[in-house]
Design a protein around this ligand. Structure first.
Ligand code: 6LW
Length: 502
């Protein structure tokens, strides 16, 4: 985000950078709220607040109790939580979502979107992923899912009413018609979907009809948004939601990626949340190109509080930015063992194993640096950049030595090592975007090192970032940078994360 004071001509896109895909947004009065998918990470479904649609502050995670988010230890990465829809209706917030690794479709409610959110209402009759929830004038709730199918729902009990039926399949021969959202806008009911798959073919299409169940007439200009076949810096545009500002203007929040390096480009931060204005012509939405710099909206900007670079682990609770694969039990992650430190206790597995003990935050900037002060005197652990179990780089301390490791698919290697004195040590990683020199240039370089006693940073090894990209690893997530323990007990005094050079 630009550090605007309200006078700039443009503001930065993505408005929610880093691995924050599948945005869903709603407005209540002057306040906007948004949620994103969270896959294998606990707590799940980050919740954001904004007063101006461009500055977003994370205010919590909707699913922060184990009974709301069951992610078995053997569930795959990029499983778990897919594509929530957030709505405000009848004085409360409603969140409908799929957990593809355990409970299927679920519905949650809250009076305050920062939480607490309710226990889940299970929806066994809802026939697919990416559920949407909309209410008609009679108060009937309509649930629409990928495919695109629809069923009426009693949202209080989770019972479906009647049989699901197909309402649309997107453009002719569309691949992956998904991410539906249903809206009453003016005289029509609109059905917005994504199609073309979440990669370079991604697109947004729309249809409209006289009732929430159609029949739906596709927009003659579909897809209303796509960057496929272009060389624009923003790619994979799709999975969108619409919101109207208090001044009557319409906006679309959507996911897209920023590939770096040579052709075809590697995106390393996952799918991010972008914003774009929407005009209406002949009662159809018209959406322009998704730019990296957006014209500033016609209202005062309200930047949220700046995120501190350092987490000292002095607060009782972990900040909402911290996430862990599958669970975060107090047995393996606690602040109670050493005052002002975060203690991680290994569960047996390394970062290669799904039961790894890792606490990280999304990498949100193309150029950034992270450091942490580690005491691994009773264990083995350190600082990792994680995409999934098979794609991660890390620097760790074990038995008087510091080592840089890389795991890429079936390959695992120690890149560098050197002895370290006993006691806490500061480990670091610097992520530097590579200039796009040639077709074979990777997106960025990750340089790992340790802080010398005089404060200088001693580099131990650098790795091409392309192997921690979605184009290489696949999946739906992005890089997460954080702390881990792979044996015994490891203590962390603080963790710094800051963008640089932007
Ligand atoms: C999600 C689908 C999609 O369910 O990717 O890009 C899937 N869109 O709608 C996972 O995020």
């Amino acid at each position: 985000m630009s550090d605007d004071q309200g006078a700039e001509a443009t503001v930065s896109n993505p408005v929610i950078p880093g691995f924050h895909p599948d945005p869903s947004v709603c407005r209540v009065g002057e306040d906007y709220y948004a949620v994103c998918s969270s896959f294998e990470y606990f707590p799940g479904i980050p919740v954001f607040h904004s007063r101006d649609l461009v500055h977003w502050t994370q205010i919590g995670n909707a699913l922060d109790r184990p009974n709301q988010l069951r992610l078995p230890l053997d569930s795959p990465s990029s499983g778990g939580i897919y594509a929530p829809t957030l709505r405000h209706h009848d004085g409360r917030f409603w969140l409908i979502v799929t957990n593809v690794s355990s409970d299927g479709n679920m519905l949650f409610t809250a009076t305050d979107p920062a939480g607490p959110w309710s226990d889940p209402v299970h929806l066994p009759g809802v026939p697919g992923i990416d559920p949407d929830l909309a209410w008609d004038e009679d108060g009937t709730a309509w649930c629409t899912v990928a495919g695109v199918s629809q069923v009426r729902l009693d949202p209080y009990t989770g019972r479906t009413l009647g049989e699901p039926h197909k309402v649309w399949s997107g453009g002719p021969d569309a691949m992956a018609p998904e991410a539906p959202h249903l809206y009453r806008i003016g005289a029509y009911w609109y059905l917005l979907i994504a199609e073309g798959g979440t990669e370079r073919g991604h697109a947004v299409s729309i249809a409209r009809g006289p009732s929430p169940s159609g029949p739906f007439e596709p927009c003659p200009h579909n897809p209303v948004l796509t960057h496929r076949g272009t060389n624009r810096p923003v790619q994979n545009t799709g999975h969108a939601d619409l919101v109207q500002a208090p001044d009557g203007s319409w906006w679309m929040m959507l996911l897209a990626v920023r590939p770096g390096g040579g052709t075809p480009g590697w995106h390393v931060l996952g799918r991010e949340t972008f914003l774009v204005p929407v005009e209406w012509v002949d009662d159809w939405p018209v959406v322009g190109e998704v730019p990296l710099e957006l014209p500033t909206p016609a209202w005062p900007l309200v930047p949220g509080p700046a995120e501190p670079a350092r987490d000292d682990f002095d607060l009782g609770e972990l900040r909402p930015q911290w996430i862990s694969p599958r669970d975060r039990s107090p047995e393996h992650c606690t602040k109670k063992e050493r005052s002002g430190w975060l203690t991680l206790r290994a569960r047996g597995g390394s970062l290669d194993a799904p039961d790894t003990v890792f606490v990280g935050r999304r990498q949100q900037h193309l150029a950034c640096e992270a450091r942490t002060r580690v005491d691994a005197g009773q264990g083995r652990g350190g600082l990792a950049v994680r995409l999934d179990e098979e794609h991660h780089y890390e620097i760790e301390v074990f038995e008087g030595e510091v080592r840089v490791h890389a795991r890429v698919g079936p390959l695992r290697t120690v890149l560098a090592s050197r002895p370290v004195p006993a006691g806490p040590v500061v480990l670091g990683v610097r992520v530097s975007p590579a200039p796009p020199r040639g077709p074979r240039t990777g997106p960025d370089m990750l340089t790992f090192g340790i802080e010398e006693p005089d404060g200088t940073f001693a580099e131990l090894g650098s790795l091409d970032g392309r192997y921690l990209s979605t184009e290489v690893a696949g999946g739906f997530t992005g890089r997460v940078i954080g702390m881990y323990a792979s044996a015994g007990t490891v203590h962390f005094d603080w963790f710094d994360y800051a963008p640089f050079g932007l």
